[in-house]
Design a protein around this ligand. Structure first.
Ligand SMILES: Cc1cc2nc3c(=O)[nH]c(=O)nc-3n(C[C@H](O)[C@H](O)[C@H](O)COP(=O)(O)O)c2cc1C
Length: 243
């Protein structure tokens, strides 16, 4: 196994951090590594807003569903899909900028690859990380706090710092439950793989003090209700198009 694969396989989200700051050079190394991720047609449709001001961090905690780590992590980045550059350069030359679903997806995919490359870089330097999808809990308020202009879409946050906990890795589905040959499998094969995983996760939840019977129950609960239903309208209002 290469060192990179060791780092990838050791991942677990870290939710408690030591107070040590993240030196600027480590942040810049991670951002450069993030930027070197592949990007659709080299559009580089992303940006990260580092939130340094403690008052702004504190303001973000209730907006992310009360996640205290958003304020207490040494580094917090708000990762955005960013089409602002593309719009500005079209406006400067007086050419059209046509938003559509494809453009929205390009920015979301690019921003995610950028962020995940940063996560790998941080973890390879011994930092712990935790993504914060809670950043989409209240997009109108997050947008006001971060002053994101039209065409810039907050997607998720990222907490970074030296780990102050050593959680067990969370097992995943077996590889043959996600890697298929030639054609998509039958539903009963999918469900059998899930039953298998449920047995693993049942024990994992018990030994980690999490009150859930198994993965199936967690997933059922997760998708029982529509979540964050106003976000489509917010993204549309912020210059996205889903056509
Ligand atoms: C896009 C994204 C958003 C996430 N949002 C949150 C979050 O708001 N709060 C949190 O504590 N963990 C969050 N997580 C972490 C996941 O819960 C975690 O990755 C998953 O349970 C698997 O655990 P592991 O990362 O420890 O392997 C998020 C992960 C991703 C990829």
């Amino acid at each position: 196994m290469t060192d990179a694969i060791d780092v990838l396989r050791s991942h677990r989200s870290i939710r408690r951090f030591k107070p040590d700051p993240v030196p600027e050079e480590d942040l810049l190394r991670a951002v450069e590594a993030g930027q070197q991720a592949a990007t659709s047609s080299n559009i580089q449709g992303y940006s990260a807003i580092r939130v340094k001001d403690p008052a702004v961090r504190a303001a973000l905690v209730p907006l992310t569903g009360g996640q205290a780590k958003v304020a207490s992590s040494p580094l917090f980045l708000a990762i955005c899909g960013d089409t602002r550059r593309h719009r500005l350069l079209a406006a400067r030359e007086g050419t059209d900028y046509q938003p559509n679903l494809e453009g929205f997806m390009l920015a979301v995919i690019d921003a995610t690859l950028f962020a995940q490359n940063m996560v790998i870089a941080f973890e390879s330097m011994g930092y712990g990380t935790c993504y914060i999808g809670g950043l989409r809990e209240d997009l109108p308020a997050v947008h006001k706090v971060l002053r994101t202009p039209e065409g810039v879409w907050p997607l998720f946050g990222l907490c970074v710092g030296r780990p102050d906990q050593d959680p067990e890795r969370r097992p995943r589905l077996k590889t043959d439950a996600v890697l298929f040959d030639d054609r998509y499998p039958e539903d009963e094969d999918i469900l059998a793989a899930i039953d298998d995983y449920d047995r693993v996760m049942h024990d994992w939840y018990r030994s980690n003090g999490i009150d859930t019977p198994d993965w199936s129950a967690r997933i059922r609960q997760h998708f029982e209700e529509k979540r964050r239903t106003s976000n489509a309208a917010w993204y549309l209002g912020a210059g996205a198009s889903f056509e």
